[in-house]
Every structure is written in structure tokens, then in C-alpha cells.
Design a protein around this ligand. Sequence first.
Ligand SMILES: C[S@@+](CC[C@H](N)C(=O)[O-])C[C@H]1O[C@@H](n2cnc3c(N)ncnc32)[C@H](O)[C@@H]1O
Length: 228
Amino acid sequence: MKLSDKLKERYRLVETEDGSITLFSIDFNEACHSTSGAVEETKLHYLRGCEVKEGSRILEIGFGLGIGFEVTREHLQDFCFVSVEIDGELVDWAIKERGLEDQRLQVIVGDARETLKNYQGEKFDCIYQDAFSPRRNPELWTVEWFQMLREYSKPSVRLSTYSASTSIRKSLIEAGWSVQEGAQFGPKRAATIAGLDFKTSQEILDKLERSPAVALTEANIDEYRKIN
Ligand SMILES: C[S@@+](CC[C@H](N)C(=O)[O-])C[C@H]1O[C@@H](n2cnc3c(N)ncnc32)[C@H](O)[C@@H]1O
């Protein structure tokens, strides 16, 4: 697998511990996956965390190099996969170089905060919230963002993410979601699962209440960037 000369200015290919490849983004100063294993992380957080099954309608936040789609396609036959991605060159490369052209896949290119507003398709069963971390990519972890995702969700939706940050859990709750602990992967990463058909446990609510961290909003992301 090779990056084009243009992409090489912004990304590096990195091998992870399960033998799968991820990308390190120079602009975001972060890798797309845990170095403990890109494919294994994806299976745990998204296939399992979102309880995907035949017939699922899946929305992925951040297409990256397409591992979310690739792993889903190995697991399911009948599904619909919509992904949002700001980097069109990366999408073109991933689809061609990694052989991901597929009728079940739709990638919407542009800033997801804008592009998703125009989305007219059916609501989703599963959301893979796989933006870069809240520190590096706070605009995709705000109350406003999670409110928008809620509008595109079925009542039984599962939104899963690798992050267990207090701020993002507060953002989800302020946006009307309930949260529960997700499975941990690798040395550092805990996780969060959110839904609309269960209640957040008192234990999690108490923990969030004790923390001074605040929910992320469009109004405070510049400040959040400065202190993180
Ligand atoms: C962690 S990577 C996604 C990895 C991907 N799910 C995979 O399995 O290969 C996060 C992606 O989010 C994209 N992204 C960051 N900000 C965005 C935005 N505002 N709108 C759409 N995509 C964005 C980045 O370009 C990056 O490709």
C-alpha cells in the first residue's frame, strides 16, 4: 500500500500491533487508530459497541483510510454504510488503493457539520463516532454536533466511540443522549456507548457531576483547544 506524493505531505502510514495499517495525520498530529491494533480496535468499538447486524444502517464519522467500512463488510452482507470525511483526496486514495468501491458505501465529502445538515436518507441504527480525539478535533464532539446526530438516529440507535472523556460524555448528555461504559482497548483507551432508549446510571452521573470538566459547545471549543 502506498500513499500518493500529495498525501505523503499530510499523512504517514503506520503499522499497528495486530499487523493492520493506520494513518498518522500530520495536520491533526494524531493517528487514526490505536497503535495496539487498528482492525481489532474497530471490531471492538464499532462492530461490537454498536451491535451491528444484518440490515443495519450505519453512519460513520470520519472515513479515514476506510477500516471501519472494510471491517464491517467482512462481517455483514446486507447493510448500508454512510461515512462523512473532510479530506476528499484521502477518500479517493482509500477507495482506489484499498479496493473499497462498493454499492453499499456512500462517502459524503466536506466538513461533516455542514454536509450532514443536507442528508435526506433514512435514520441510522448505528453510529461509529470515529473523529480524531476531542483534544485535536473538538468540533465533532460538541453538544450541537451530538444534537444533530440525534436527529438522524432511530430510537434504538447505538452510538459508540473510543473516547471516555468527561467533557464528551457531558456533551452527549446535554444533547439528550444516555451514556454507558464501553469496552476498553489497548493500554489507554476506555470507551463510551450512547443511546436513546436507556438511562445513564447514577454512578456515571455522580462521577460526571464531581468533575469540573464542561460539555464542549461551538462557543467554547477555541478555549478548549487552548487549554488542552
Ligand atoms: C480517526 S480518523 C477516522 C478513521 C476511520 N474511521 C477508519 O476506520 O479508517 C478521523 C477522520 O475524521 C476526519 N475529519 C476530521 N474533521 C472532520 C470534519 N469536520 N468533517 C468530516 N471529517 C472530519 C479526518 O480527516 C479523519 O480522516
